[in-house]
Design a protein around this ligand. Structure first.
Ligand code: ADQ
Length: 525
């Protein structure tokens, strides 16, 4: 049964009684900036899966969100305790800001988090940069976040929910001082296999940090398995493969898989505003003036999202199937991300060059094959774009989940679009009715795009209807996490805390059980 936003509050109380709720993440949900008017501030919402996902929860639940105050005017609007109430137009919860210096940003955020953990977890050890100063700063900043959490708990009982790879040490730092708090951590990106994670010089310290949680959550059972194997082999934790727990120094961490989703109604409603048809007609006129079909891609400009691979596949489509020239236009929305890092700058240049070459090669008169929009769009605009697009192409080389896949499906109210989804995005595990693509195979992708564009309308509508029927919401995800976490917090639940949705996607439960048995045996060797 899908759960409604207003049921989250009562659910939280049932699970955690009167504990305070504290969320911790690197990125903040609202940034204050100086506006053109002297002395005035404006607010922006940074693009990104995590903040888009958690803001609706906090609005529904209240509590405190601890995050880096990254906006230029952030410090000007907080109270003496570094707090501000958000959303600004209708305050629902407290945002507690943590301040980072220039060195913190370079070493903890751009350094250890994004030039070490991010590439390592996305199976790109060749892009990692190992520096002692990055690690030192990562430890220091994790301590600063932990201090803020402890202050926000104000000596009372609290349920602390830590987000992502920037804060792997925070759980152990918090637990050391407040063993009575219940801690859970959600890892939004893939957790790599043992033979990749062991490349981290600080692998053991990172695992020790995470194992201090009561519940560790991942999107996929595969990532949970990788974590347990690393916990056993690198940190020496005792792993119970049936219960999915790892015990170290007398503390047991439960490990589960909880596939995240989106606020489905938000996208559906944004796609059906009264002037939606008019907006769609304007976009078609602007980007595909000669008519024909439109494809869309929406990604952060990140090497894990496979943009060059996607453009290569599109190039092959126009090359091998000339009937799509002038008849199929692709709009790629790519919001620049982490541009201070060389690998991201290289990627941005590569993508620009590639788009220029493709447009130069196939463009005619007023028709441009690819429109690369390097900007962040509000949900209202994204939903309209998703609704009008005949195909949405997601070419991630590795992706924890990928929320865009779900946003596209939610916005497809006319059901005339097809979703082409990389089999290496976590979302592919749940979205069996998408057209799965292997982004490493440009010829295969070009063929799949052609097939999707020529599929009879009734087949597309049927596939989209099935995708929509199986789409869960962000509230279902929260329900799953809270239910599992509440059980663990209450009585150290013996049952494996796995979302029913995560197990449902496993094609063969018996095979999966065998895999666990094998894993248990090999762990005991
Ligand atoms: P991300 O790597 O940021 O998230 P994704 O899940 O696709 O990836 O979420 C991106 C979000 O940013 C989406 O909500 C999308 O709409 C938004 N976005 C992207 N480009 C935008 C643009 N140009 N304008 C406006 N909005 C834009 C990480 C993991 C993912 C995981 C999420 C959530 O890498 O695998 O799905 O966290 O757990």
């Amino acid at each position: 049964m899908p759960i409604a936003p207003q049921e989250l509050g009562p659910l939280f109380r049932r699970m955690f009684a009167d504990r305070r709720f504290v969320v911790v993440s690197n990125r903040e949900p609202y940034e204050h900036r100086w506006s053109a008017e002297v002395g005035e501030t404006s607010v922006s919402r940074p693009a990104g899966g995590l903040t888009s996902a958690l803001d609706p929860l906090m609005q529904a639940l209240g509590g405190t969100w601890v995050a880096w105050g990254s906006g230029e005017a952030d410090a000007a609007v907080v109270d003496p305790h570094h707090r501000v109430q958000v959303p600004p137009e209708d305050p629902r919860y407290t945002l507690r800001r943590v301040w980072l210096t220039h060195h913190d940003i370079h070493r903890y955020y751009l350094g250890f988090s994004n030039q070490f953990l991010w590439p390592l977890c996305h199976l790109r050890p060749d892009l990692t940069r190992v520096r002692t100063r990055y690690w030192e700063r990562y430890r220091r900043v994790n301590r600063r976040f932990s201090d803020a959490v402890l202050e926000e708990a104000q000596g009372k009982q609290a349920a602390v929910w830590i987000q992502d790879y920037h804060l792997a040490l925070a759980p152990a730092l918090i637990r050391a001082r407040r063993p009575d708090l219940t801690l859970s951590h959600f890892w939004h990106i893939p957790f790599p296999p043992f033979d990749i994670f062991r490349l981290a010089p600080q692998a053991e310290a990172l695992l020790r940090g995470l194992l201090a949680n009561d519940l560790m959550g991942f999107h996929l059972p595969m990532h949970a398995d990788n974590f347990l194997r690393c916990a056993r082999r690198i940190a020496g934790a005792e792993v119970d493969w049936q219960a999915r727990t790892a015990t170290l120094d007398g503390h047991t961490c439960h490990v589960g898989a909880f596939p995240i989703s989106i606020d489905v109604d938000q996208f559906r409603e944004a796609a059906t505003v009264p002037d939606a048809e008019e907006q769609m007609a304007r976009i078609r006129q602007r980007y595909a003036p000669r008519g024909g079909m439109i494809g869309v891609g929406v990604d952060r400009l990140d090497y894990s999202k496979g943009l060059p691979e996607k453009f290569k596949a599109l190039e092959m489509l126009w090359e091998r199937y000339p009937e799509f020239r002038e008849r199929f236009t692709f709009i790629q929305v790519a919001v620049p991300s982490r541009s201070d890092i060389e690998a991201y700058d290289d990627l941005a240049q590569k993508v620009d060059r590639q788009v220029w070459e493709i447009n130069d090669r196939f463009g005619t008169g007023d028709w441009r094959p690819i429109h690369l929009l390097k900007q962040s769009l509000p949900v209202e605009r994204l939903a309209i774009l998703y609704r009008l697009a005949d195909v949405c192409i997601i070419g991630s080389l590795q992706d924890g989940m990928n929320l865009v896949a779900k946003e596209y499906v939610a916005s497809q109210v006319d059901r005339n679009g097809a979703l082409l989804l990389s089999e290496f995005a976590g979302a592919a595990e749940e979205m069996a009715d998408a057209v799965l693509i292997n982004p490493y195979d440009p010829e295969g992708c070009a063929l799949r795009i052609r097939d999707a564009l020529t599929l009879p309308a009734s087949d597309r509508a049927a596939a989209m209807e099935r995708l929509q029927g199986s789409l869960t919401t962000i509230y279902d995800w929260l329900n799953d996490v809270f239910t599992a976490w509440g059980g663990v917090a209450r009585d150290g639940a013996s049952a494996a805390p796995v979302s029913p949705r995560a197990t449902a996607v496993e094609p063969d439960d018996e095979l999966f059980a065998d895999l666990y048995a094998d894993a248990a045996e090999s762990e005991e060797e």
